[in-house]
Design a binder for this molecule. Structure first.
Ligand code: NDP
Length: 403
């Protein structure tokens, strides 16, 4: 029985709160805190009306460590679940260290003034968490998160050595809007506009943004064009699986989405530096976020499915083989269950499961951990149990991907 503090009342926060509320034997009390109290209130009311459960709420600025420390001291949770933005990772880790509680997030740190995400900043906390006997679990969403666990599960159960990893993230859904992002628009657009990067024979190879693409036939979705991107789990997976010779990440995008993105970039709306506007400094991408649809608001009429998984090649008993593990998630079913779309759902459910792993001590350790460093079995079992069932195709014989 443990109290948890969830920070961030966005699309993902809504799912984490509701999934935790269905497991009172682990999450005995829930406190939801965020910058805008009305968003916490809306989730609290929804939890009451749909699950007949009470949660506590609070207003907090997660950029301010001492405010978070005061909140933790007031409520005395065992674990902090960070589903605010990557900008808050370090202040929240500092608050956990100061108050002696465990930490979990779903996205790695990036500095607000530079679109460059990396685990280096959070890995630098290793000794401090270790010395205090605390655990920081990094990237417990779907990708990163479940994709790391899929990789660890395949490596453990299907291979002697893994050599090639391809992570395939497909959203085959339709929200009916000309342009919208499925999670925080600022973070999402920063990620997609970066130069592409993949790992090959010990080096990182760079590509122009979205310049490498190919068609893939996704189960229950169909053929989609997927684009090579750099994604954060590649950084930890090549470190933790040193036998990997190649590691890539692919995400599907429609032409309409890419055209909008190109126009917004060309007219300067995706800039992250300050510009002067009517005597005030504004950041164009933050202004753009304010006028784009809230990802949570897409949920009601979203149709179609996501298909996210990993294709791994390697050797077993001296023979080459391939394994494909994936999950399919239906937007409309997510809405029915927790009033969310599938991207928030596929992030929020693994955050809840990661938290359950830590609180039940199925995952234990002092220090900073990526998901693939822990035993994949109990996490994989809970994915099946709590809404994200997966399939394994052993000896997968699909065509090899290009590049
Ligand atoms: P939203 O923008 O919907 O929600 C973020 C919430 O955090 C908002 O309620 C926001 O408050 C709050 N917040 C932002 N800054 C602060 C602050 N300084 N203090 C307190 N609260 C703050 O984002 P999502 O729910 O879509 O995404 C949440 C996280 O999940 C992001 O970090 C995202 O990168 C990650 N993610 C991870 C995925 C994975 O698979 N690993 C996939 C998708 C998302 P306000 O309402 O006031 O703006």
């Amino acid at each position: 029985m443990s109290k948890v503090l969830i920070i961030g009342a966005g699309g993902v926060g809504n799912v984490v709160v509701k999934k935790c509320a269905t497991r009172p034997e682990i999450f005995s009390e829930i406190v939801l805190a965020s910058r805008t109290l009305s968003k916490c209130e809306a989730i609290k009311n929804s939890v009451k009306s749909t699950l007949n459960k009470n949660i506590e709420i609070a207003k907090v600025d997660a950029d301010n460590t001492s405010e978070v420390v005061a909140l933790i001291k007031k409520h005395k949770p065992k674990l902090l679940i960070n589903v605010a933005l990557p900008y808050q990772d370090l202040t929240l880790m500092d608050a956990c260290l100061e108050t002696g509680i465990d930490y979990l997030d779903t996205a790695n740190y990036e500095p607000p003034n530079e679109a460059k995400f990396s685990y280096s900043w959070q890995w630098a906390y290793q000794d401090r968490f270790k010395e205090k006997g605390l655990m920081a679990l990094l990237g417990s969403g779907f990708d990163p998160g479940v994709t790391n666990v899929f990789t660890a599960y395949a490596a453990k159960n299907y291979f002697d050595e893994i050599h090639t990893l391809d992570i395939l993230d497909c959203n085959g859904g339709d929200h009916g809007k000309a342009f919208a992002t499925n999670f925080n628009p600022e973070i999402n657009i920063r990620e997609i506009m970066q130069r592409g990067r993949f790992y090959k024979d010990g080096d990182w190879c760079e590509t122009d943004p979205l310049s490498i693409h190919q068609t893939f036939d996704f189960a229950e979705v169909g053929k989609k064009e997927m684009y090579l991107l750099f994604h954060e789990e590649l950084e930890s997976l090549v470190k933790n699986f040193p036998t990997l010779k190649k590691a890539r990440f692919w995400m599907t995008f429609g032409q309409e989405y890419l055209t909008h993105l190109r126009v917004m970039k060309n007219i300067g709306m995706t800039r992250i530096d300050e510009v002067e506007y009517k005597g005030q400094k504004i950041i164009p991408l933050q202004f753009l976020k304010a006028v784009l649809p809230d990802p949570g608001s897409l949920a009601e009429n979203y149709t179609g499915k996501t298909n996210i998984g990993t294709i791994i090649e390697g050797v077993k008993s001296g023979k080459k083989k391939k394994v494909y593990i994936y999950n399919i998630c239906d937007h409309a079913k997510c809405y029915k269950e927790v009033q969310s779309q599938a991207i928030s759902y596929t992030t929020g459910v693994p955050a809840m499961i990661g938290a359950a792993m830590v609180l039940t001590k199925k995952w234990q350790g002092a220090g900073v951990y990526n998901m693939e460093q822990l035993n994949p079995e109990p996490f994989m079992a809970e994915l099946n149990q709590y809404g994200l069932p997966w399939k394994v195709i052993d000896n997968y014989n699909g065509v090899s991907l290009d590049t």
